[in-house]
Each structure stands twice: as C-alpha cells, then as structure tokens.
Design a protein around this ligand. Sequence first.
Ligand code: IPT
Length: 986
Amino acid sequence: MAMSRRTFHMITGTAALGLALGGSGEVHADVSAPTGPPPDPPRADGRAHTVGFDRYSMLVDGRRVVLWSGEMHPFRLPSPSLWRDVLQKMRGHGYNTVSVYVAWNFHSSAPGHHDFTRVRDLDLFLRTAAETGLYVTLRPGPYINAEVDAGGFPGWLTATPGTARTSDPTYLGHVDEWLTAVNRIAVRHLYTRGGGTIVLYQLENEYANHVTEAAGRDYMAHLYDKVRADGIDVPLFHNDKGRNGYWAPGTFDTGGERGRWLYGFDGYPSPFRPPPDWGYFGPGGTKGGSTASPDTPGFLAEFGGGWFDPWGGAEFGGKGYAESRRTRDAAYERRFHLTNLANGIKIHNVYMTFGGTSWGWLPAPVVYTSYDYGAALDEARQPTAKLVPMHQIGHLLHTVPELAELDRAEDVDVGGGPALRAYHLVNPDTGTHVHVLRNDSTGEAEAAVPVAGTTVRVPVPGLDARLLAAGMSLGRRTLRYSSAQPMLRLAVGRQDLAVFTGRSGEVTTTVLECAREPRVTVLEGDAAHTYAQGTLRLDVRLGGLVRVLVEGGGVARPLLLLLADDETSVRLWPHHTPSGPFLVHGPALLRTAQRRGTTAQLTGDTVDDADLEVWAPPGVTEVVWNGAPVPARGTASGSVRATRRLPGAAPVRLPALTGWRRRAESPEAAVDFDDSAWRTADRTTSYATTPVPAGQPVLFADDYGFHYGDVWYRGRFEGAAGAASVSLAYVSGTQGLLMAWLDGKPLGTHRMPVPDAKTVRRGTWSATATFPIAPGDGPHVLSVLVRRMQHDEDGGANDSHKAGRGLVSVAFDGASPAVRWRIQGEAAPDPVRGPLNNGGLYGERHGWHLPGFPDGDWEAVPLPRTERGQGVVWYRTRFRLAVDPGTDASIGLTLADDPARAYRAQIFLNGWNMGQYINDVGPQHTFVLPNGVLDTRGPNTLALAVLADGTTPSGPGTVELTLLGRAAGGVPVTLVDSPGFPSRSL
Ligand code: IPT
C-alpha cells in the first residue's frame, strides 16, 4: 500500500534508537499510518516518543504533523507568569509550536557564569510550554541576532580573543560552557524522553559568511557534535538566510547522522510584492530552489509576521508598529502563509508572534525598546486581527493532517486575469485536493476552479488569498468541495463537526457527497439546501455563525456544519483533551478545557459580555467557567449552552501620577568629586575591532568590565595653556551621545545624528566632538559622560559586536597634555534583574531607581515641568493600583512633550529598567509595564532618569498610565522579586 514506498529512516529519538531510557519505555510509533488522526497535543507525559521526518513533514510518533509555530522570546517578557498567558493565547489561536531563542547575554554576566533563575528560568518556560500543549523549537545560538545587544553575545565576550562564530578555540571554549548550561536544562524537556515538548533544536543563526571555509564548517561540526554529546536527540537544523542551500544535509560533518539534520531557511519577503515561490516542488524557486534539500520537509525557520522598527519618527525610517501591522495585516498573513503552504512548507515559524519588549539594555542599537514587531499578539499581549488567518489555518492543519502530505497536482486554469495565481495540490493517499487561490491585484477577482466536473466560483478579495478543499473527509461524510475555507473538522461527542470560514456577507457553496438524501436542518442563519444526484448542496451567506445539521441518509453519525465569518471564527475554540476534543464558542479566549465527570471545566477570557456554548465529549451536561458554575442547557446543535451571557471585563481605573520628587545628579562633573575608587584606564591593548590610536590608552568601556548603558570618564591633565579646543572621539551606536564638562562647567553635548531608513543599519556610530576651551596650565579635570547605546549585532560573523563603545581618544588643539583617565560604568550586575538592567549613571550606582530609596529630602515638583541644564535629573513617585482580581489589565506608561525638547528618560518600574524614551526622536511614547513587574493590586515605585542635552528646555512633560487592554480572566500573576534599597548589588 501507499506507505511502503516511503522511508522512515529519519526517525530519531530514544525509541528509534532502541534504547530503554527509564520511564515506561512505551513507544508511540505507528509508522504505518502517518495520515491517520493527528497526535494529541504534546505533554510531558514521561513516555518515550519518536520525533522524525520524511520529505513531506515531521513525524511525531509516526504521525504527520505540520508545525505551525510562533516565535516568542521569554527574555522579552520579564514576568514568568505571563509566559503562560502568551502561550495559551497561541495555542488557543491554532499554533501548535513555540519557537524560542535563548539569549546568552541575558543569562551570563561573566565567563562561565550562567543564571537560569527567576525571569531567566528556562526550565519554567519549557514546563509551561509543555503544560500548554505546545511543541518547542529551541534556538540557543550561541549567536541569535534577534535585534538584541551584540546579537545575543554577552558583553564580556567583546573583550576576549579570537573571532566569534568560527572554530577559534577560545571562542569555542566559551560556547561549550554556554551550551553545556543550556543543554543541561534542555535535555530534561526533550519530547523524545517525555520530559517536555522540545522537538527541534537550532544550531547558530543565519550563518552565511564562512560556509565554504574550514573555520565555518569545523565550527558547525563542532556545534553538532557538542549538542549531540550533551544528549539532544531531536532533529537539529540551521536557519539559512534565504533559500541558499547553506548547511543543507550532507554539506558539513554531522558525524554520519545525515538523517537527523533538517534544512531550514528564513524568509522576510516584501509585503509590497507577490509572495515568492520557494522552489520546493521544482525549479523556479528563489536561489537554491528545489535542490536545497529534497529529502527534508519544506521548513521556514523564520517567516516575517511583522518587522522591526528603527529609532526615529516617520521621517527617519521609524514608523511605529501600527504601520508594521498595517502593511503586514491579516490579508498579508493569509496571502503569504497560504503561498508557503502551497510551496510545500510543512514547518512554519512566524517571527514574531508575540514580540514583547527589549527592556533594559537588551535592544540592539538598531531598535528601540518596544519589539512589538507588528505581530499577531501585540506587545501588550492583546490579540489583533492578524490572528484570524493564523487561527483558521492553524486549526485546519491540526485537525486535517491530510494537508501534511501534499504533492503538486496539475495546474488548473482558474481565469480571473494574470494577477490571480492558483496552486493545485493533492494528497496522494486520500485524494484530497487543495487549491490555493491568490489575488496579487488590489481589486477583487473571481476564480473559476474546475472541481469534480463542475466549476466552483470563488471570490478572492484584492491582495488576499483563499484555500479551497475538495474531496476532503469530514468524518463519516465527505466534502465534495466548498467555496468557503475549511477551518477544522472534529468528532465531538456523538456527531462530526466541521467549520468553514470566509468574509462576512460572502455567499458560499458547500457540496457534500450523500449517496442517499439526508435530513437537513438549518438551525441558524441564512442557508438554503438542495439534494440532487448524490450530493447535498448548501448555499450560505456568511454572517455570525450559520449552523446546518445533516442527519441520516444512511450515515449513523450526524454532521453539524458551522459556517463562520472571520469575526466569529476567532470565537470558536477547538481544544483537544485526553477525554476527547471540545469546541467552545463565544468567549474572547479559551485557555484550558477538561472534562470532570459530567462537567466541562473551562477557563478563559471575556472582554465584552459573551455567549458560552460547548460541544463536549458525551455525557457532559454542566459547565464551569473560570471556577464558577454557569447555568446551561442542551441545544439542537448537540451542544451545552449557557442560559445567560458571561460578563465582560470590569472597568479599570488608573490613578494620575502625582507626588513627584526631583533630584539632580551628575556629581561626577565636579572638580572635587572623589573618583579614587574608579578604574584607572591604563590598558594598552584591546580585542575591540576599533583601532586604539597611537599614544592613547584603551578607553573602551568593555575593556574595563563595563558592558551596558552609560559610562563616565574623568581625565586629569596639566600643561594645557594655549589650547583652543578639546576633541573627544567616541563610538556609541545609533542614538548615542557624549556630554563633557571642564572643571565642573558644561562644555556641551554631542549627539550621533539621527539615522534615516538607509543609514540606520550602518552599524558602528563613531564621531568626534570638539568643544572650545581656554584652560590655564592646570591642573584640570575633564568629565565625560558617554551614553553608549548597545553593541552591534554580528550578522556578518566578522566580530562587529567587538566594535568599541565609549571614548576612543582625546586631542587638544594648541597643546598636548597627557590625560590620566579613570572610568566608571555600571555597578556589579543586579543579581535579580540581570546584567542588562543597569548602566553607570550615578543614580543607578546608588540605588535611586530602587523601591524604598529614601527620597524624602528630594524636592517635591509637579509634572509637566520645564528646566534647562546639561546632565541627569531623577524623578521619583509612587502609585497604588487596585485592579479587580478577576481582571487582566495591561497597562503602559505614556510620556509626551514638545518634540523640540532634547532630552531622554530611562524608565524604572520597581527598579526594573523598562526602556528608553527619547523625546525628540521617538517614535515610542508608550512603554508596556508587564504585570508581575507592575503590581496591579498594590504599591509601585516609578523612577525616571532624565538626561538632557542642555541645548533646549527639557521635561518631563506629561507622564501617565494608559490602559492597553483588559479582560475578565487572565492568568494568575506572581509578582517578580523586586528588591528595594539598600540592594546588595550596590
Ligand atoms: C533574521 C534573524 O535570524 C532574526 O534573529 C532577526 O534578526 C530577524 O531576521 C529580523 O527581525 S535576519 C534576516 C532578516 C536578515
């Protein structure tokens, strides 16, 4: 039969290796029936599982699974409780996999030191993903890019010898320590052993620059060996930067284990051009085309579900994430993902699905604090309209596994003009046909698709796409075709259930094979039906939830057809449980469902008042929602329906922020400031890629152990009489600045120019600031504050993360005094909030950002406020929130002021650095304050470190709490530890 022509040599995992590794040793492998029902959502069930693949798809326990994955970064959500919220929202909306980078710099403040506690608790994240029923793709680098500082390399790595991302032995030594630490956790969560749900593991990231060199090939082979030696037995892969064929199976040494290595690639196509064909099914694909890896499933390790936004307002290239979400909207998602599906992609990962926040000093210089990304779930954890296609396609792929095994079928002419593109695919075992119809023009087009001897007319809106299925099983009955898009099929209780979707108002035709005439009841909505020649035809106008019950006609099991418009489709929640599947209709989110005797125990969210209707396993007659019984009764649809609506979210009132206290700092500028404890800047060599000018000591902050945020220098000199100016060369990354004082008097501020869309990725930002001076012979003190932005990423594998940061050199015009420098950056890393929380401002070094700092003697001031001066001024206040315990309120801090004012603010909430606001650059004004860091039912401390150029008046202007979303429900939130003053780190 069909199975015999397939090979399953690529099955990996303990079971496939025949190893008895504790536990029950039970093997769930049924390789003879990969097209059968999908495997249940994965859990940490303590059993051995096989994780393999063939050229079509992943095979989990021998069952076909399309991975429909979303990327999220735990390190961009510093509140572990909320990981569960995001993961549950992903699962509810049809994702079956979460892909995560692990950022080395987030976990490592010093060589050999790796911290996986608190907000860095990878083990907890992996447990939560397993509890949520999601597969995991783990991507621990060592290099990750990801728009984080140094592409994820720790700050200390910049001060080490050897070229990173090569086989250099020093680098590999550090890498091995990192991987040992990550893998020690990861092995406990491998799905192969049932300890967790990791099914894929990535080596490196878009590694394209040393592909043909021994230094690159040996490096990849080393990573492969290391990860295998650490016990990672799931398939490994790399994400090629485009379909180049780099690191395809067989191109480097994988210890003879060719079959356990997947080829993956990344795609970030322009939303303004038609989606590309990847060439999986033959020539004509982009670059490597079908030859890239014909024996492994089409694998998009990253596919752009949005895009990152650079600093600056629209005129500089930064447009804000609303724009990103507008250009990659729901129709974009449908058009591009359905094209990917039509191109044989069976492992999808949408980068990002929840972008989150690059808090503290995490963002690479190219981006600002928000990493919202225009993703389907926004930074404030709110679902957006982009989830509609993800939800519909995700649930379809999960409940109709035939779609995991599709061959290209003969092209069909669908008319509709040149902009209407049609892809035709067929499952070789079941004969299910799939047509993907894509409209690349802006006006609506009609596709005329030949199906089963007739022509199905399908409207495809401009710049949109539609999937049409024919010959698809709906359980006991078969769909001949439908012009509405299938979303799921489930056998629930005593009936089969199928959901079809489309835009509201669309007129759709659905035809079922029915050898004998069935009984048809339109239970709700605008539907007409006719029976003729062995087929039942339903003509349905979409709007709300149309229900048609099909019974009899020689088939014992009834079929309930639900036709939902888009809006309604995301209120339909299939949920697979060990007692069978559920389908829940009504609420804004279904988080969990389980059967307890005759009761359906459900948890989830409502925003507005909502219906609650449940299709559940047989015998379920009662419903409990978020712990409270809901009166309900059985319906003609075979469901149990609440007799009253669930209440929506309670209103949330946010207090005004008042009671501000102000204190100026920057005492480092004063002549008599005591800097005797500061490091002497006397090094003569550096591993930085920025040259050290002859005759000058090394001044780069990283060489003195200061890796993040602001850094101070104090230089003493004599014999400068006659000097007309002093020139300070510095390197900072985009948006950096330098301010200087001579003997306590401001010399001025130099700022890196605001980049435009073209220059923003230029990388290193270096400049020379020249200030006129008229010193006497001395002695003199030159105080310099450099706002370093972060280290460059190292996408080109050329050590660009080692570009210097801080001062480079000093020169005088008309004199040449020797300057003796001392340097001070951040204090010892905050052991709780992590190495990226703080820079080296005086206030940070002395705990002014921490809760409980005694600010009673600070000046009480109202905001908004205007003052003028060069340097740093702090503002602190406290506020108390009292959000209703059943409400998940998502809250932000919004700053606004006259955009001509040249100042910026570092925002500290309960000591946590929530990001940087640059008043005259933007575009970000609202900063998400994650619950857990924010106490929504208690007191909070807010501190702003305002750094002003002195060239204009500065603020703060208005500073307000803003409500970014609310729901009744949510997840229980445990507050993160937020140690106050005095802190042991100071
Ligand atoms: C690709 C990276 O792999 C990922 O880490 C992230 O940087 C992403 O892009 C952009 O957000 S790099 C590719 C787009 C050149």
